[in-house]
Design a protein around this ligand. Sequence first.
Ligand SMILES: Cc1cc2nc3c(=O)[nH]c(=O)nc-3n(C[C@H](O)[C@H](O)[C@H](O)COP(=O)(O)OP(=O)(O)OC[C@H]3O[C@@H](n4cnc5c(N)ncnc54)[C@H](O)[C@@H]3O)c2cc1C
Length: 427
Amino acid sequence: MRALILRRVGLIEGGAAGSVLVGRPGEGLLVVIEGLLTRNGYPFTFLDASKDEEGRAVVQRLGVLSDDLPLLICPTGTILKRPTTAEVATCLGMLPRLDPERVYDVAVVGAGPSGLATAVYAASEGLSVLVLDQRAIGGQAGASARIENYLGFPTGISGQALAGRAYNQAQKFGAELAIPLEVKRLDCEKDGVEPWRLALSNDTTVQARTVVIATGARYRRPHVANLATFEGSDVAYWASPIEARLCTGQDVALVGGGNSAGQAIAFLAPKVKRLHLIVRASGLEASMSRYLIDRIGSLPNVEMHTRTEVVALEGDTGHGLRGVVCRRLDEGRSVTLPVHHLFLFIGADPNTEWLDGCVDSDAHGFVVTGQQGGPDRPVVLPLETSRPGVFAIGDVRAGSTKRVAAAVGEGAAVVSQIHTYLARTAT
Ligand SMILES: Cc1cc2nc3c(=O)[nH]c(=O)nc-3n(C[C@H](O)[C@H](O)[C@H](O)COP(=O)(O)OP(=O)(O)OC[C@H]3O[C@@H](n4cnc5c(N)ncnc54)[C@H](O)[C@@H]3O)c2cc1C
C-alpha cells in the first residue's frame, strides 16, 4: 500500500505520466477534465496543442481537428475527443458499470471525509459498500490546502492527500466507488420497505438495504469572480487558532451578521490590529444574539461597515490577497479595504435537493436524525433519519460539527448503527 501511494504521488508530481491530455490552455472543457483528474489524484501529462512541438505532432498524427480538442489518450490507448467527465472516468476505471439488480448492504452518497470513513469502516467489517460522488473524493475538505486540526497530522495534511489515502484504504477493504456519478433521487415511495433504490444521473439505478446520506454542505460564497484564488489561504470560512496566528497584528475583514460571525469576531478581534465587520443589513440586532452584540460593542478595534457588500478581491496567486473592494449600498460608491485576510460567515446550505423531502429536515434544510418515532417505530438510532435504514452523517446532518474530524467520526459511528439495523431487520 505504501509503495502504491508513493508511486502514485511520484507520478503526479513528475507531471509526465498517466493519461495524455492535449488541448489549448484555459479552454473550458480542458479545465473541467484537468479538475477531475487532479481532484481524484490521477496522474496525467498535458500537451499544449498550439505551442508544444509534441502536442502539435500528436494532433497532426491523429488527424485531429481543432474542434475535437481537448483530446484524452487513456493509459489503455483509447483516444477520446472532447470527452464528457463520465467518458473520462469510465476510460480510467473510476466509473464502473453498476448492476441495477445487485442489492448492496450500504450505499453511501458522497465521498467527502464522512462518506469515505463509512466506506472504510463498513467494508473492513465485511459489508458490501458502494460509494457515489457527483464530483470527486474529498468533498469540501479536498479544497483545503492544509488541514492542521486533524488528529495525528501535527504539520497538517492537504485535503486531497487525506482523501487519496482514504480512497485507497476503502478500496483495499473492497468498497466500490463510482465517481463522478450524481444521485438524483432516493425512491421513498415504498415507505420504508427496503431495498432502497437510488436514481442516478446516467439514468440507471442502484439498490441497497441501507443508505448513508453524506452529501455535505456548500458554504455560501459571495459572487466574486476570483474568490477561488484565495480560498484555503487568505479567505477562510471559519476562525481557528491557525487562522488567528496567520493574521495576528494585521487588519482583517469579516463578512456576516449571524452568531457564528459574532463568535469569530469575539475570538479574532483581540488578536488582530483592526477588524472590519461587513454586513448588508443596517445593524446586527435582527440576526445576532444580544450578548455577542454587546461583546462586539466593547471591542475597540472592530469597525462596522453596515449596508455594505463585498464586490471584488484584489491580488493574485503569487502575492495573495491585497485588498477587499466593498460597495456602500446606500451611496453606490466603492471603497477598498487594504487587508490580506477575509473571513466569510454567511452560512451554509445542505446538499439535499436530491432528497426532495424524503427525510425530515430542520428549518434550514439540514437532515434531522435520531428523532424518536411513534408506536410503529419506537427505536430510532442516533444517526438514523425519519426513514428506517436511511442514515445521515457529516455536514449535511442537522446539529453536526462542521469539521473534518467530526465528519470522519460520524462516518465511523454510523457503521455500528447499520449493523444494528441490519441485524434487527434480518429475516
Ligand atoms: C475550503 C475549505 C477548507 C476547510 N478546511 C478545514 C480544516 O482545515 N479543518 C476542518 O476541520 N474542516 C475544514 N473544512 C470543513 C470540512 O471540509 C467539512 O466539515 C467536511 O468536508 C465535511 O465532510 P462531509 O463528508 O460531511 O461533506 P463534504 O466534504 O461536503 O462532502 C460531500 C460530498 O458529497 C457529494 N455530493 C453532494 N451531493 C451529491 C449527490 N446528489 N450525488 C452524489 N454526490 C453528492 C459532493 O460532491 C461532496 O464530495 C473546510 C471546508 C472548506 C470548504
